[in-house]
Design a protein around this ligand. Sequence first.
Ligand code: HEM
Length: 370
Amino acid sequence: MGKYLEAIRKELDYAYEVEMPKIDEWTKIDIQHIIGKILVRIIGKMIVGNPVCRSDEWLDLGFTEDFVSASILMRLLPTWMHPIFTNIIPQRWRLRKGIKTVRKIISPAVTRHQEANKKRAQGMEVDEEDSMLNWILDNADEEAISTNLAQMVLVMFVPAAHTTAMAISNVLFDLCAHPEWAKGLQDEITNANKEFGLIGEKLPVKDWTSQLELLDSFFNESQRLSQPISITPNRYAYENVTFKDGLTIPKGALIGFVAIHNQIDPEIAPNPEVFDPMRSYRRRHSSPDEKDKHLAGQPSKENFAFGYGSQACPGRNYAIAVIKMVLSRMLLDYEFKFVEGHTKPTKYHLMEFIIPDPTAKLMMRRRKVA
Ligand code: HEM
């Protein structure tokens, strides 16, 4: 994890420079688009490495939107119609094109890694950056690599970039709705910079971002009220399961937990309608036994936002570190507020997916620090 986070940290310097507008006066911006671009770059760095993650083809893939909308469309249709519609809907054409594009752009990286491995086998030292693509090449079986490498890359990319970008946008929307928290979060980041240097300078990314307890708690509250998937975890019964009380889940059944219900249950979150960003901070500090619980990214029976159990989101610790890494820069460098007359964007429910209004804009300017 450490080496991938370090790669992300370095790419963030570049992505931030390229994507963040340099604006000193209040300007209306499409914050979701900007953060989305940054995330495609930095998650791309972790998955496929540089130069692929900086290529126009990678940046313009737009795969996630088509992936989600195709899955929604197909599920609205009866299964017997799938073979017909799979060839008709434009999202599926674009997905196929996306797979072809990824196959083409990762091909030089695959060759480079194979050559590096050959040199290593001959005892030579090779200076090669790590990526998840290299990990797949070294660990997946040959048949899977020859038939499905591009799909494997995309299956990692789809859940990673978009959800994390949306989480960052949601934190900014919540901060605009509750601007009184901005100073506390900024002070915490400034103190971490003073005590531990900039991210990754003296402390590895994971340890540095762990220092941001207020931001951790703020994110938890933001995610409680704006989680991206309403029904999770989802499981498929491979065999009949009978519980002690006689309830039987038949083989082949799909089971989904209504995760958003947990988030509004007063037994789990008292006064659930109140945005209370220090909820988990207070719980953690309520007794020494609670100190390591209630952290962002920790699945529990109270928080299903990252799923639960052995199949809970494997990227959750990356997500939290990345969210803090990006926000710790943005909150120090910029100020945000809603466009005059606007409040927190409407949430749209598309089957189990929940997204903030994609057209929502924010006002932003560079912070004037005395
Ligand atoms: C805020 C950001 C994220 C959220 C809210 C999120 C949420 C989830 C949820 C709810 C699941 C299903 C878990 C279950 O069934 O128990 C999941 C699965 C998954 N996530 Fe994430 N995720 C995020 C970021 C990431 C990142 C950054 C990565 C990769 C680095 C990632 C990779 C995956 C993968 C590969 C799976 C499928 C695991 C499996 O089927 O075994 N996710 N995620």
